[in-house]
Design a protein around this ligand. Structure first.
Ligand SMILES: Cc1cc2nc3c(=O)[nH]c(=O)nc-3n(C[C@H](O)[C@H](O)[C@H](O)COP(=O)(O)OP(=O)(O)OC[C@H]3O[C@@H](n4cnc5c(N)ncnc54)[C@H](O)[C@@H]3O)c2cc1C
Length: 309
């Protein structure tokens, strides 16, 4: 899923460097004998060596990431014939100072969930792939992901075992916040991993009204329903959750697909000029939603909650 434009990094690595970085990543993933600290020190030293040896167009050293240890793995949607599995992986913050990250890479503790920042998971032999951080605690962070059939990145994450390391780094999404009293969030499927943290953050910031529309195929494709219910209870006047299912009719939920009419029905801000929107899904889905919002009186980018800068 491509939640947002332009955050996926493209790699122009030379064969030689790619090979050594894969080897390094593989070693770091499977050698559990060493401590994270010594692994991190090794990576930083290799990053430095690489910077000295490489030619301009090669993989930037900042994109190698640092060893990041998986400490918990929880299945939240089991695999079934009619839906794909979803897991939450909890990683410990890498034991590396923020100052050791260069370029656009940042330490995981610097990722801003309210701004839609991401963590880049460096998939060995492939490339860094973006994942929203679904929760950030004092010394650890969560990534919640759907496992796609033959998915290179999601398949690799799926095969990680507790105690394994993966190379990763944080990255700002280069967005600004365009405040408004009314925030509408439209998420498709696993896009809730960004939509829910942003909704929580907006409520914590005192946004008068936050409405979250979650479009899924069926109820079984959704998760965190209890957490979302708790958020509703914590902010009875400020938060509203709307479930929309395209392949199932469920009492109290909408049925159908996202359309201009549906968006008009769900989002009815008292002061339209105060309305801000965020959509999370594949690039075409987000583009479609922008078009639909434009049709019903919310032209973009004026009404974006988190426009790119
Ligand atoms: C900013 C950003 C944040 C993201 N956050 C998350 C997140 O929090 N959780 C998460 O699970 N993913 C997230 N993604 C998507 C993630 O980066 C990968 O694209 C996703 O895991 C699929 O990669 P893959 O290599 O496993 O699949 P690929 O090898 O790219 O594809 C494997 C198969 O799955 C299909 N497929 C891939 N993506 C989708 C899709 N979205 N819908 C339907 N079919 C698909 C492909 O068509 C192909 O057939 C995010 C993407 C971006 C850009």
């Amino acid at each position: 899923m491509a939640h947002h434009q332009g955050v996926t990094c493209s790699f122009g690595a030379s064969a030689g460097f790619l090979k050594s970085s894969c080897l390094l990543a593989a070693t770091l993933t499977f050698d559990f004998q060493q401590s994270t600290t010594s692994l991190a020190a090794a990576v930083i030293s290799i990053m430095t060596t690489h910077t000295e040896d490489s030619t301009k167009k090669e993989t930037p050293s900042w994109a190698l990431g640092v060893p990041t240890k998986l400490i918990r793995k929880v299945n939240i949607i089991p695999e079934a014939p009619d839906h794909l599995p979803v897991h939450t992986l909890t990683f410990a913050f890498p034991d590396v100072n923020h100052e050791n990250f260069t370029g656009p890479a940042v330490h995981h503790s610097h990722v801003r969930l309210d701004m839609g920042d991401v963590v880049k998971m460096v998939i060995p032999g492939y490339k860094p792939k973006s994942y929203s951080i679904s929760d950030l605690r004092e010394n650890e962070f969560d990534v919640t992901f759907k496992v796609y059939p033959n998915g290179r990145a999601s398949g690799f994450l799926d095969r990680l075992q507790v105690g394994d390391h993966i190379m990763s780094f944080g990255k700002h999404a280069s967005r600004t916040r365009n405040p408004g009293a009314y925030v509408g969030i439209i998420v498709f499927g696993v896009g809730i991993t960004e939509g829910y943290p942003v909704a929580k953050a907006e409520l914590a910031k005192g946004t008068a009204k936050v409405k979250l529309l979650w479009a899924s195929r069926t109820r079984a494709d959704t998760f965190w329903r209890e957490e979302l219910q708790q958020l509703q209870e914590a902010y009875p006047d400020n938060f509203e959750m709307v479930y929309l299912y395209s392949r199932e009719t469920v009492e109290g939920c909408l049925h159908g697909r996202v359309s201009p009419e549906l968006l008009k029905q769900v989002f009815d801000p008292p002061l339209p000029q105060e309305a801000r929107f965020l959509s999370v899904g594949t690039k075409p889905m987000m583009k479609d939603v922008d078009g639909m919002l434009g049709l019903i009186g919310y032209p973009m980018p004026q009404h974006h909650l988190l426009p790119k800068h």
